[in-house]
Ligand binder design. Structure first.
Ligand code: FAD
Ligand code: UDP
Length: 373
C-alpha cells in the first residue's frame, strides 16, 4: 500500500540520487508538488555515506566533489560545509608504490628522472604515435609503455573486464598527465569532502518532500504514472523502454568491507592495486576522507564485477556498439512529453556529481522557459 500525503503530484521523481534530489529540491522551491521514490532503502543514490563510529563510509565507492565551476561549488555548499581536500591516490604494483595521477613523482619513481625534460624524453622514446583508436593506444600515447604496463593495463582490464584494445580512449583521458610535482588526482579549482558525509546533503535537499524508499517504479508503474503530471526518471534508460532495442552494457562493482581494531591500515583514503593478479582494484580506508581521530578503522576492498541485471549498473560502457543502442532509446524519448530522463543512467553517460547537478539545473531551466513560451 502506497501512502502519500497528496494524491496528485506535479512531478514523480524516480531516484533519490543527485539528479532526482536536485530536481525535487528546485521544483519544490518553485511551488511544485513532488514525490520522490527510490528502490533502495536510503536516499543519496551512489553518493550515500553511512556513519559507522563517526567514520563516514562511502558505501558505493570513494566520492570526492570536484568542479571548476564556482556556481556548482556554491550550489553544493548550500547543503553542507565542505573541507578543502586534495585527493592523493597511491598505486601498488606488485608492492612497488607509485604516486597517481601521472606526474613528476610517478616519473621519478618509475624511471629515476628528476626533471620535466627527462620525463618528456622518456615518454617520447616509448609513446604510441599512430592514430588513436582505443584505450591502449591512448594510454601509450599519453605516458608510454612502462607506465601503461605497470599502472594502466592490469587495473583497466580488471575494472572493465575486457582488453584495453577494445575500450574507448575517453576512459583514460579522465586522468591528468602533469610535468609538475603536483599529485592532486583532479585538475579542478574546487575539490572537497562534506564534513559529516554526503547523506546530509540529500536530507537537506529532500526536506519536506514526500519520499518513498524501497519502492521500485516498475512494480507499480501505471499507478505512479497516474498520480503525477510529469515523471523524472533517473534509472537505466534501456529498462524504461523494456529493452526493445537490446540491453545496454554496464560495469558493476562490489565491496568487501571490514572493521579493524587498528587505527591506521594504509595511511591514505585510496590505494589502487594495478597488477592483474590482485582481484580487487582498490582499497578504501574511509576515515582518511575526513580524519577526526576516530578509533579503529574501516576498509573496503573494491571488486569489479559484470553487470547481470540483478546487481547495480554503476558505469555505462559507452563504446560504439552501446552508443548506437543508446541513440535509438534517446530517439524514443523525443515524443514523450510526460517523461524526462537524466542522470548517469538516464543519460547513459559516465558523469561525475557536478556534471549531474549541472544537467539537473539546466533541465529545470528548460522547463521554466517552456512555461514562459
Ligand atoms: P544515482 O546516484 O545512480 O541515483 C539513481 C537512483 O535511482 C538510485 O538511488 C537508484 O536506486 C534509483 N533507481 C533506479 N531505478 C529505479 C527504479 N526503477 N525505481 C526506483 N528507483 C530507482 N562522482 C564524483 O563527482 N566524484 C567521485 O569521486 C566519484 N566517484 C565515484 C565512484 C564510483 C565507484 C561510482 C560508481 C561513481 C562515482 N562518481 C563520482 C559518480 C557519482 O556517483 C554520480 O555522478 C552520481 O551518483 C550520479 O547521480 P544520479 O542521480 O545520476 O544516479
Ligand atoms: N586507471 C588506471 N589505473 C589506475 C587508475 C585508473 O588505468 O590506477 C584508468 C582506468 O581505466 C579507469 C580510468 O583510468 O577506468 C579512470 O579512472 P578514474 O579513477 O577516474 O575512475 P573511477 O574513479 O571513475 O572509477
Amino acid at each position: 500500500m502506497i501512502v502519500v500525503s497528496n494524491n496528485k503530484y506535479d512531478y514523480l521523481i524516480v531516484g533519490a540520487g543527485v539528479f532526482g534530489s536536485v530536481c525535487a529540491h528546485e521544483l519544490t522551491k518553485q511551488g511544485k508538488r513532488c514525490l520522490v521514490i527510490d528502490s533502495r532503502n536510503h536516499i543519496g543514490g551512489n553518493c550515500y555515506t553511512e556513519n559507522i563510529n563517526d567514520i563516514h563510509v562511502h558505501k558505493y565507492g570513494a566520492h570526492i566533489f570536484h568542479t571548476n565551476d564556482k556556481k556548482l561549488w556554491d550550489y553544493i555548499n548550500q547543503f553542507a560545509e565542505f573541507k578543502q581536500y586534495t585527493h592523493n591516490v597511491i598505486a601498488n604494483y606488485k608492492d612497488e608504490m607509485y604516486t597517481l595521477p601521472f606526474n613528476m613523482w610517478t616519473f621519478n619513481q618509475m624511471w629515476g628522472v628528476n626533471t620535466p625534460e627527462e620525463a618528456k624524453q622518456k615518454i617520447e622514446s616509448q609513446k604510441f604515435k599512430g592514430e588513436i583508436t582505443n584505450l591502449e593506444e591512448q594510454a601509450m600515447s599519453m605516458v608510454g609503455t612502462d607506465i601503461y604496463n605497470k599502472l594502466i593495463k592490469g587495473y583497466t582490464e580488471k575494472q572493465w573486464n575486457r582488453p584495453c584494445t577494445s575500450l574507448p580512449p575517453s576512459i583514460i583521458k579522465r586522468l591528468p598527465v602533469r610535468f609538475t610535482w603536483d599529485s592532486n588526482y583532479f585538475n579542478d579549482k574546487y575539490t572537497g569532502i562534506p564534513i559529516g558525509g554526503y547523506t546530509q546533503i540529500f536530507e537537506k535537499m529532500l526536506e519536506g518532500i514526500d519520499t518513498l524508499l524501497n519502492s521500485d517504479y516498475f512494480q507499480h508503474k501505471d499507478y505512479y504514472d497516474s498520480i503525477a503530471d510529469k515523471v523524472i526518471y533517473t534509472g537505466p534508460i534501456d529498462k524504461f523502454f523494456n529493452y526493445q532495442y537490446g540491453k545496454l552494457e554496464y560495469k558493476s562493482l562490489r565491496w568487501e568491507t571490514e572493521k579493524l581494531e587498528q587505527d591506521n591500515f594504509q595511511g591514505n583514503p585510496v590505494i589502487n592495486y594495478t597488477d592483474s593478479e590482485v582481484p580487487y582494484t582498490r582499497i578504501l580506508e574511509h576515515k582518511w576522507f575526513d580524519p577526526q581521530s576516530q578509533k579503529g578503522t574501516i576498509i573496503s576492498r573494491e571488486y569489479p564485477t559484470d553487470y547481470d541485471g540483478t546487481n547495480e549498473p554503476y558505469y555505462p560502457i559507452r563504446d560504439n556498439k552501446n552508443t548506437d543502442i543508446y541513440n535509438k532509446y534517446q530517439e524514443l524519448t523525443k515524443g514523450l512529453d510526460k517523461y524526462i530522463f537524466g542522470g548517469r543512467l538516464g543519460s547513459y553517460v559516465y558523469y561525475d556529481m557536478h556534471q549531474v547537478i549541472a544537467q539537473a539545473l539546466l533541465k529545470i531551466m528548460s522547463f521554466n522557459q517552456k512555461n514562459y513560451q
